[in-house]
Design a protein around this ligand. Sequence first.
Ligand code: SAM
Length: 391
Amino acid sequence: MAAGGSLSTFRLPPLPTIREIIKLFRLHAVKQLSQNFLLDLRLTDKIVRKAGTLTNAYVYEVGPGPGGITRSILNAGVAELLVVEKDSRFLPGLQGRTRCGMSRSDGRYMLSFCETTKLFTRQLYRVTFPPVVLESSSCCTCLLTLAPGKLRIVHGDVLTFKIERAFPESLKRHWEDDPPNVHIIGNLPFSVSTPLIIKWLENVSRRDGPFAYGRTQMTLTFQKEVAERLTATTGSKQRSRLSIMAQYLCSVQHVLTIPGRAFVPKPEVDVGVVRFTPLTQPRIEQPFQLVEKVVQNVFQFRRKYCHRGLGMLFPEAQRLESTGKLLQLADVDPTLRPSQLSVSHFKSLCDVYRKMCDEDPHLFAYNFREELKQNKSKNQEKEDEESYRLQ
Ligand code: SAM
């Protein structure tokens, strides 16, 4: 390789590392988008292996950033990888790899170069294109050589992106069949991970969104504490609303823990990788909103006996009686703490609560906070009247 750009023959640079991509495109992390990057490709390979076999799979990656996990997915022999990234600064680094190409005409190789290759060549060899003559006929600089035409990049928001239209219809499987060859993988931004998993769990319950293809599997990162809550067993300290919501719909496994120091910049917490496979039969067969309401009410008083939170499902005037009836018909001990309730306990509670809602059409819409607010303003009115009379 000659310096100064004076020679017309040189070897193209190797594939830049993720660290080099970050440097080339000056991709400093933005805190508001929870950007913590993985630079070690052995680690991204390990995460991707946790998703299972990806040969000929259709994969949806959430938030590719500088592209570490993206590379590992492409190396796993997928049929197609669709990535959705909100921060446009990452697009040239990702796009570059799909836009570097070579064609042959009149026995000569015509080269077109992606932004990444151009920048990297300039930085490494201080050469600016053109002119270029290749020593070999293979363009070795980009992912194109690894996975030609397999990467689709979308500048968008994962919270609104409609994946159900993105992959071929032919991939669809019946719910009871084995999962389709469609996977969701992502090192999720912390700020989005909990609302996103709740949204996707609701999609699982309705069999729509990413689950229009069937029981699409997901391998996703969370703050370690959230990963522990998602997978917590009955009676454990981490047992929470998320444990029940995830486990009644999916088989959930905490498959890997990654120390915070593996990320750049280093987050304050460690990270857990969780794998979700939707169950053929949900363990609670009631609408998602109803299950969510029961679970939320129970866990709002997580240190009290479960009857305390369950009582809040009912208007004050009938609270004692209805809570007793619910617990009795569901055969649940009122003195169990929320964390001691199993998914089967919640199933019984939801089934009985559903019956009670069917008998009283106003019950489901009841919100104890609203009642509290109304009572407060009624009391205020009374006090005002009282003091007016005394004046
Ligand atoms: N996958 C990369 C890695 O492992 O190094 C980056 C992970 S970083 C934790 C999260 C990525 O998600 C960032 O690239 C960020 O810009 C992107 N992101 C944040 N919010 C997003 C959203 N609502 N939709 C799509 N991407 C988002």
